[in-house]
Each structure stands twice: as structure tokens, then as C-alpha cells.
Design a protein around this ligand. Structure first.
Ligand SMILES: *Cc1c(COP(=O)(O)O)cnc(C)c1O
Length: 381
């Protein structure tokens, strides 16, 4: 099956009870048993729920994996991955990470004795010098948030396999429409399904997909034992979102390209970060591992001040100022004071998250309206 067909049918069966075409919302915590000790297919909804199973199968299919797991948020999914580790283990992670992931690593798991190295991975050779016999996991985000750096997943997978390490990839920004990390050698692919997978800014959810049965068993154990699952209603919404993932992504990419090119031409902008530009430092890798370049763009202004960024943001009318990304509507964010506020200023600025940086999640409205909106806000500077 090709991707668009999978988005509609992948991993799905008609409902056994009435043949419902969409999986029903099984709003139940428990399931009737005929006699103690017999195990019906479902026992208790922390462990399994049919609506969640339908979603988990759809996610596994989209990522060319075998086993899908859905969680109450993206961070709950990453939390489950970290619980594969134990005190004393070490993790090598991308340096310009999503702020919440950085906070989870440094403020929670460091206290449990796990050590993290944050490394610029645009050159995969950088990783080797951090590897020792305690290293267990490499954690990659690509494209990175919000600097749109691209990391060569295949090259990192080679390093991981040479040293027998697990490789996890946060695929939130790219989605399986653009990039399939398991095919490139990753062991775990993770999503904040809150973003493009759900696609309508109406739920908070996370997911993991793996191929390996042993790894899947350990993760299902953690999912059930720790219990950070998502409910049936949200599972239904995510399934509904997935059915249009490919058409939404196509438009996100088309609009993203038009807006990146507009910003790049505008006299008031300075740097424009979008992996589709030939002058983007990792453009070749992006072209190789992604099917297109997505709708996430960051930029700075010529004046390069906090005040200019705030003025633009406050003057935008179609773009809504809000946390999050990946919904049908266009959003604008100010990483330094919003998503990345948890990262110390010096560390943040070293990776390029300066006070004038603005991040756009380009939606699927008419691109002319989006460009007009940006134009009037930039022209007011
Ligand atoms: C939002 C986000 C997360 C966290 O996901 P939640 O669903 O908000 O918990 C992790 N990684 C990336 C890249 C994100 O954008």
C-alpha cells in the first residue's frame, strides 16, 4: 500500500459489532468476563482499548513499523522511552531540542541518575566522542525546533548500530508523510500527535512506533505499568486527523514554500530558516531523507531586536499567536519567551534562538492571505 491509501486504511478493520466504517469510541474502562481467569480480548482500558488499538495500528502502518503505542501527550511518550533506561545510563541528544523535552531530560531524569549530552548532530561524526560503555540511547529531533536544522538519520543510525545503541527519532515536525525514520535505521519513532498527526489543534497526544518485538514488549509493559495513556475520544480524533494527513501536509508544504520564499525576499527580514532553501546548510540531507520540506519556518528581522519580533507578532491578523504547531490554522510563536523559555538564555542563544526569532507554523489557508498578513506586519516596522 502507498502512503495516501495507508492514511485512510492502514492497520484498520471494520468494527466487529456492526461493521462501523469509523472505529467507534469505546468509552469504557472495563470489559465483561464470562468466568474469572478467562481473558477476553480486552480487560481494562489502561492496558488496551479498542479505539486506541485502532489508532495504534494506524500509526504503526504510517511509520512502516509493526507496533504502535499511544500516550496522553508527546512528553508522556518520551517519558516512556526514558523508562527503558536505568540510573547510570547515558543519552546523547540533539542540542536544539524542543524545550519540554529538554526540561524532561534535565529536570526529571537527571535526578534519577541518567546523564545527557546535548550535541550538535548536523555532522554525525560529532556523536562518537560522547559514546562510552554507559551510553544506551541516541535521541534525535529533525527538523529541529525552531532552528530547522536537519540531521542525517541514516548517518546517526550507522553510529548507533556500530555501538549497539538504541536510536529514537522525534518525527513531530516532519510527520511520516515527509520522513520515515524506521526505514532509515531508527529503532523508535516518536510523535507529539498533538501537532500534525491530530492536525486540528483539538487534542494533546503522543505516540511511539517500533519494529522490534522485544522492544515493543518492553514499551507496552511501561505504557501499562506507568499508565500515561490517551482516552478513546482523543484516539478517535487522532484517527480522524490521520485520514487527511497526506492532503493537509501537501498544502502545508506548498504554503510553507511560498511563505519561506516571500520572507527571504523581504527587505525587513534577516535570516530565514527553512530546509527547502538551497542555501540551507543541511539542504542536501533534507532533500535525501524528506519527501518535501514542510510548513515550519523561523526567521529573524534586520533590526534583530525583541521589540521588532513582538511588533510583528502583535500586528499579525490571520496568524494566531499561540503555543503549538501543525494544525490547519496558521500559528506564530516567539520561541525565546514561549516554547524555549525553559532553556537558559546563553544556551538558547548558542543554538540560534535569539530574542528576535519568530517561528511560523504555516497552515492550509490561502497562501495569498498568509503572505498579505505577513507583509502588512513587516511593513509596519
Ligand atoms: C510539542 C512537541 C513535543 C511535546 O509534545 P506534547 O504533545 O506537547 O507533550 C515534543 N517534541 C516536539 C518536536 C514538539 O513539537
Amino acid at each position: 500500500m502507498k502512503f495516501n491509501t495507508k492514511a485512510i486504511h492502514g492497520g484498520q478493520q471494520f468494527d466487529k459489532a456492526y461493521g462501523a466504517v469509523m472505529p467507534p469510541i469505546y468509552q469504557t474502562s472495563t470489559y465483561a468476563q464470562s468466568t474469572p481467569g478467562t481473558h477476553p480480548e480486552y480487560e481494562y482500558s489502561r492496558t488496551h482499548n479498542p479505539t486506541r488499538t485502532a489508532l495504534e495500528n494506524a500509526l504503526a502502518s504510517l511509520e512502516n513499523g509493526k507496533y504502535g503505542l499511544a500516550f496522553g501527550s508527546g512528553l508522556a511518550a518520551i517519558d516512556a522511552v526514558m523508562k527503558l533506561l536505568k540510573s547510570g545510563d547515558e543519552v546523547i541528544s540533539t542540542s536544539d531540542l524542543y524545550g519540554g523535552t529538554y526540561r524532561l531530560f534535565t529536570k526529571i531524569f537527571e535526578d534519577f541518575g541518567i546523564k545527557f549530552h546535548f550535541v550538535g548532530m548536523q555532522n554525525a561524526n560529532q556523536i562518537s566522542s560522547y559514546i562510552n560503555d554507559k551510553t544506551k540511547l541516541i535521541w534525535v529531533e529533525t527538523p529541529t525546533n525552531p532552528m530547522m536544522n536537519i540531521i542525517d538519520i541514516k548517518a546517526v543510525a550507522k553510529v548507533a548500530s556500530d555501538h549497539n545503541l538504541l536510536l529514537g527519532v522525534d518525527n513531530t515536525f516532519a510527520t511520516p508523510y515527509l520522513q520515515q525514520p524506521l526505514d532509515l535505521g531508527a529503532h523508535i519513532v516518536m510523535h507529539s500527535a498533538t501537532k500534525y498527526i491530530g492536525g486540528h489543534s483539538d487534542l494533546v497526544m503522543g505516540s511511539l512506533v517500533v519494529k522490534d518485538e522485544e522492544l515493543a514488549k518492553r514499551l507496552y509493559f511501561i505504557q501499562n505499568a506507568s499508565g500515561a495513556i490517551c482516552g478513546p475520544q482523543d484516539s478517535f480524533l487522532a484517527l480522524r486527523g490521520i485520514k487527511t494527513l497526506h492532503v493537509r501536509m501537501q498544502r502545508h508544504c506548498e504554503n510553507g514554500k511560498a511563505i519561506a520564499e516571500f520572507l527571504n525576499r523581504h527587505v525587513k527580514t534577516d535570516k530565514v530558516y527553512w530546509p527547502g532553501f538551497e542555501h540551507h546548510p543541511n539542504h542536501k540531507v533534507a532533500k535525501k531523507q524528506m519527501n518535501d520540506f514542510g510548513g515550519m519556518i523561523s526567521f529573524t528581522t534586520k533590526g534583530n531586536t525583541y521589540e521588532e519580533a513582538i511588533k510583528i507578532i502583535e500586528n499579525l491578523k490571520v496568524f494566531t499567536l499561540a503555543e503549538s504547531l501543525g494544525g490547519v490554522e496558521s500559528l506564530v510563536g516567539h520561541p525565546a519567551s514561549m516554547t524555549h523559555a525553559a532553556i537558559p538564555k546563553e544556551e538558547r542563544e548558542n543554538t540560534g534562538v535569539v530574542d528576535s526569532l519568530i517561528r511560523l507554523s504555516v497552515g492550509i489557508e490561502d497562501k495569498e492571505d498568509l503572505i498579505d498578513d505577513l507583509k502588512q506586519a513587516l511593513d509596519k516596522l
